[in-house]
Design a protein around this ligand. Structure first.
Ligand SMILES: [Zn+2]
Ligand SMILES: [Zn+2]
Length: 258
């Protein structure tokens, strides 16, 4: 059962990767260069990460999910909610927690060393959603485990959240140009490509803001909504411009003193 759900996430991910990658050729806002090199390089990242992440998934996340569900541990199990209410609450609380995790990744020097690898990309398209340092993913799986047991997240809701989170990441990293008025309306609720472009700017004010992963309400509530101007949105990444590619360079990045 669990295996089926995990594979479902993978199937969704690959399907939408192909969909967004194809759409980017027709509705690009930045004319991202070297698209196939990027696809190849970031796919190497994803394959490497998927293989390594089997270990914390099998030995940490899944046992925590099973223990939590079997024993009804966690905040959401203290009160008698029906399943739908519990599922909605769990989804919102997970998204709230991920907002803070992302924010912490930018504020804390140790976490930034790993998260910076995602921001070393000097462009942004759907393949950027594959670009995460394995260290960040391992730290995030420990964080997820604490959340599951503390909140009492049902297994099906956790996997549903993970699927929506990865679809959202693909969508908001995609190099797609939505009509301005539609973008403005949608971004009041969920993260859009333009919204997340603000977060990938070299400009520090907008990069250290716009942390939302799915729901944008958290940026409104915690005063971290900062739109960049058009010029800033064209200059993406961090100041170092030479680490867009290079698997070993990126893998070593968190451990280099600079
Ligand atoms: Zn970030
Ligand atoms: Zn991003």
């Amino acid at each position: 059962m669990i295996d089926v759900l995990i594979n479902l996430k993978l199937v969704f991910f690959i399907f939408f990767l192909i969909v967004f990658f194809s759409l980017e050729f027709f509705f690009s806002q930045r004319n991202t260069e070297k698209k196939f090199t990027r696809l190849f390089f970031h796919s190497c990242f994803a394959i490497f990460n998927t293989i390594i992440m089997r270990i914390p998934t099998i030995f940490l996340l899944l046992p925590i999910l099973l223990i939590t569900n079997d024993n009804n541990y966690g905040l959401l199990n203290i009160m008698e909610f029906n399943f739908l209410i519990k599922a909605i609450l769990a989804f919102i609380l997970l998204d709230f927690a991920f907002y803070w995790f992302h924010r912490l990744n930018h504020m804390n020097n140790f976490l930034w060393r790993f998260h910076k690898v995602h921001h070393l990309d000097t462009q942004m398209d759907v393949t950027t959603s594959l670009r995460f340092h394995i260290g960040e993913l391992i730290i995030s799986s420990i964080y997820k485990s604490i959340l599951i047991i503390f909140l009492g997240v049902p297994m099906s809701v956790f996997i549903f959240y993970e699927i929506i989170l990865s679809l959202s990441a693909q969508f908001h990293h995609a190099d797609l140009k939505l009509p301005e008025s539609i973008d403005r309306q949608i971004s009041k609720i969920i993260v859009t490509p333009k919204y997340h472009t603000n977060h990938h700017t070299v400009a520090i004010e907008s990069r250290n803001a716009n942390f939302a992963s799915i729901l944008t309400i958290w940026d409104y509530l915690f005063f971290s909504l900062k739109a960049a101007d058009n010029g800033e949105r064209r200059y993406l990444g961090v100041k170092e411009r030479d680490k867009q590619f290079g698997f070993i360079i990126n893998l070593k990045e968190p451990f280099i003193n600079n």
